[in-house]
Design a protein around this ligand. Structure first.
Ligand code: NAD
Ligand code: MG
Length: 397
């Protein structure tokens, strides 16, 4: 029996994680669940999984939840606030922490789990993008185990030799005969849309992903391919490689989840349905395999596989992120913060779809060469980039 904390339990990844856990009640015990504001959803999860702890970021939401828990005669202790998230992530009784909060808000609780040497299942890619080197150094320093949940990184991980899987963040890919990581992406809903129509794209169109059902922010990031850019930076840190070692490949069918190319000419790929329960189950049970309710692949039903290179004019955000990866830590922290702001503004109807990249580019220009070597400067830069973007957004409106 392993105990599990799920940060961001009410989100898309959180719910998929609980779906897998529900199938294996003898193997996983839910110690704690967290959510930002969705009281009813977290309460329903508490009723089903009976965790010892629950945290809501919002104080009023926590008060409401506490009352519901009391009225239902459940013993779950309800806490609120950012510190409570960190305390839960660091709880001595937690073996594994699923980091599935969206955005920069996930950084501190995820680091709190790392600093206790936990097994951290990382979905919250923004945390790693913000703090790359520092994050990976802490994983080494505290002996934490980091397992990727992002389907591409989980696929790459599965295609690595077992000895390299022991510690992907410090060993060299070339020592294992690996020449390239091939990061696949569907290209999102606008792969074939006329570029002249891009400025009129609505939030509803942007969040309607052809293959995956996900939270709103990552869905917009998938449409702009900033998601693949963030994943590029994520891969750079998870697998200790340089930008030249990673190639982005558009594969609209989302069946191959990424590939590893070896020097002898072999390419290993991980295939599966576009369903996050597969990478989640892989990481939960690693190195074992457990059952999920994901439908097995039927190759006779699959459409043709196709592959292409992402066009810079269609996906400027992807190339901004790759450029930021080249500049280093400060640039990726600032670009991530800027992008959280522009995506939120787009979803709120304040800016157009094409403004996202135009404004993100301004932030990258402003902060490209800035250094952010420690946590304090990373958090300060995150705030500074948000303030810069707030100014830019005011100018648009
Ligand atoms: P989501 O929006 O569905 O859920 C986000 C979760 O974070 C919710 O539980 C929400 O309550 C919580 N949250 C939001 N803001 C918070 C805050 N300020 N403080 C504390 N908690 C907060 O998002 P998602 O799609 O589940 O994605 C979660 C993370 O996983 C993201 O980083 C995303 O990039 C990554 N990811 C998601 C998928 C996917 O298929 N959904 C795939 C790969 C990676
Ligand atoms: Mg992904």
């Amino acid at each position: 029996m392993r105990t599990l904390v799920i940060l961001g339990a009410t989100g898309s990844i959180g719910c998929s994680t609980l779906d897998v856990v529900a199938m294996h009640p003898d193997d996983y015990q839910v110690l704690g669940l967290t959510g930002a504001t969705q009281v009813d959803k977290l309460f329903a999860q508490i009723q089903q999984f009976k965790p010892r702890y629950a945290v809501m970021t919002d104080t009023q939401a926590a008060d409401q939840l506490r009352q519901l828990v009391k009225d239902a005669n459940l013993s779950t202790e309800v806490y609120s606030g950012a510190q409570a998230l960190c305390d839960l992530a660091a709880h001595p009784d937690a073996d594994m922490v699923m980091a599935a909060i969206v955005g920069a808000a996930g950084l501190l609780p995820t680091l709190a789990a790392v600093e206790q040497g936990k097994t951290v299942l990382l979905a919250n890619k923004e945390a790693l993008v913000m703090s790359g080197e520092l994050f990976i150094n802490k994983v080494q320093q505290y002996g934490a185990t980091l397992l990727p949940i992002d389907s591409e990184h989980n696929a790459i991980f599965q295609c690595l030799p077992a000895q390299l899987q022991q510690n992907t963040a410090t060993q060299k890919l070339s020592d294992f005969g690996i020449s390239k990581l091939l990061l696949t992406g569907s290209g999102g809903p606008f792969l074939r849309k006329d570029l002249t129509e891009f400025s009129a794209i609505t939030p509803a169109q942007a969040v309607a992903h052809p293959n995956w059902v996900m939270g709103q922010k990552i869905s917009v990031d998938s449409a702009t391919m900033m998601n693949k850019g963030l994943e590029f930076i994520e891969a750079r840190w998870l697998f200790n490689c340089a930008a030249d070692d990673i190639q982005v490949v558009i594969h609209p069918q989302s069946i191959i989840h990424s590939m590893v190319q070896y020097t002898d000419g072999s390419v290993l790929a991980q295939l599966g349905q576009p369903d996050m329960r597969t990478p989640i189950a892989h990481a939960l049970a690693f190195p074992k395999r457990i059952q999920t309710q994901v439908k097995p692949l039927n190759f006779f039903e699959l459409a043709d596989f196709s592959f292409s290179e992402p066009e810079p004019a269609r996906y400027p955000n992807l190339y901004l992120a790759i450029a930021a990866c080249g500049y280093g830590q400060g640039a990726t922290t600032a670009l991530n913060a800027a992008n959280e702001m522009t995506v939120a503004a787009f979803l709120a109807g304040q800016i157009s779809f094409t403004d996202i990249a135009l404004l993100n580019e301004k932030a990258l220009e402003r902060f490209a060469t800035i250094k952010a070597p420690d946590l304090e400067s990373i958090l300060a830069l995150d705030q500074e980039a948000r303030m810069f973007m707030q100014d830019q957004l005011r100018k648009v409106n």
